[in-house]
Design a protein around this ligand. Structure first.
Ligand SMILES: *Cc1c(COP(=O)(O)O)cnc(C)c1O
Length: 380
């Protein structure tokens, strides 16, 4: 009578992906094991050229992680004490961690309640407020492309131009996304991305990359990722980091890049099925106009915290894993709240109580997707 319940749906399935690219992956890894240039081997330059070509950027510099990419970009700009760095409160911890590490002050900005991206009207107001207070120097804005969708870069660029702010794109979740037809990587003064294993393009460990149109910036990024070196390895021009991507990760990413375009298409197809089947039952993610998402995360909204928690428990009972990005906005984190000026950020706080991410990855089967939808509709 009782049938065995099916195995849970995978929130992320790196084993299935590995099986799909196994031949190319093994060929790439064998090549590195053959030449043994484990740091800055030939695959690193090959990957940088391939990533730049993929997104249409002029320069790509790979680094040790997405967080280090953000740090190197801000170090290259000389950002530090007395500088105000504007960033959304509803994002991953790194976006605020890096300015604080460099001695700068994060100025938290609220997000749009529909797209979850930085609220550009609030950004403009926050810049004006800091300027009027006259204590901190408005210096940079980190626009985060949240969940795979692009932030409103034309509006951010306009505010930045007016106030002479450095624009840094935290594209950790959204490499491969497009805005007005162009791939992210070229919409800000510098773009930082991450290849953490769970990102749309993930390595088998930590990794990241920087993109820029400026040859001077690219040269600084290269110097900073290798201890601030000059033209020879033993000339130290500036304080830098050990921030390189290792060759094995570059080799893995080259294998993954060969299927990345197809994977983006699959993610987008799954998002369309979720939209169609769930749109009448829950709030589905609003699209940024004239854009294509990399669909790192598909997040629905429930009416309140109790129904979100009920949905999460109901899905878990049906073998559907979910995640909450983010249960706490950054201005309320114990480590960051002392740096916050106390401004209310009601949208970020509200989203953290009502949001829920459903599984979305290229190895979900059609049956998995239907099962997720059935489970959401059953909880209601
Ligand atoms: C993942 C992520 C980062 C950090 O990337 P790591 O490679 O894990 O250091 C930074 N910002 C955002 C928005 C992220 O999602």
């Amino acid at each position: 009578m009782n049938s065995v319940p099916p195995a849970p749906v995978a929130f992320l399935d790196l084993k299935a992906q590995q099986a799909r690219i196994s031949t190319e992956l093994r060929r790439r890894l064998e090549a590195v094991l053959g030449h043994c240039q484990f740091v800055l081997g030939p695959e690193v330059a090959e990957l940088e050229a391939a990533l730049a070509a993929f997104c249409g950027a002029t320069h790509c510099v790979t680094v040790s992680s997405g967080t280090d990419a953000l740090q190197i970009a801000m170090m290259a700009e000389g950002i530090g004490r007395g500088d105000a760095v504007f960033l959304p409160a509803f994002t991953y911890t790194s976006t605020a961690e890096v300015p604080l590490l460099l001695g700068a002050t994060p100025v938290f900005v609220d997000v749009d309640p529909r797209t979850f991206q930085i609220d550009v009207a609030h950004l403009a107001a926050r810049v004006a407020e800091v300027r009027a207070a006259g204590v901190l120097r408005p210096r940079a804005v980190i626009g985060v492309d949240l969940f795979g969708q692009p932030a409103d870069w034309p509006a951010i660029a306009e505010i930045a131009a007016r106030d002479e702010l450095f624009t840094l794109d935290d594209c950790a979740q959204s490499f491969g996304a497009r805005l007005h037809g162009s791939c992210l990587g070229t919409v800000a003064d510098a773009t930082a991305t991450s290849f953490f294993p769970s990102k749309p393009l993930g390595a088998y460990g930590d990794g990241g990359a920087l993109f820029t149109e400026s040859a001077d910036r690219a040269a600084l990024f290269r110097s900073l990722r290798t201890h601030g070196e000059g033209t020879t390895r033993y000339e130290v021009l500036r304080i830098g980091m050990n921030g390189r991507m290792d060759t094995l990760q570059a080799a893995i990413l080259l294998a993954k890049l060969s299927v990345f375009e197809d994977e983006l298409a699959t993610r987008s197809r799954i998002a369309a099925i979720y939209d169609r089947r769930l749109g009448n039952a829950v709030t589905i993610p609003a699209r940024v106009p004239d854009s294509e998402s990399a669909w790192a995360i598909y997040a629905i909204l429930l009416p309140d915290e109790a129904s979100r928690d009920r949905m999460q428990a109901g899905l878990r009972a049906s073998g559907v894993p979910t995640a909450i990005y983010y249960p706490r906005p950054l201005h309320q984190q114990p480590a960051y709240r002392d740096a916050h000026d106390g401004t209310a950020l009601p949208v970020s706080e509200d989203l953290s109580r009502r949001i829920l991410a459903l599984p979305i990855h290229p190895d979900l089967t059609d049956e998995d997707v239907e099962r997720v939808c059935d489970a959401v509709l059953a909880v209601g």
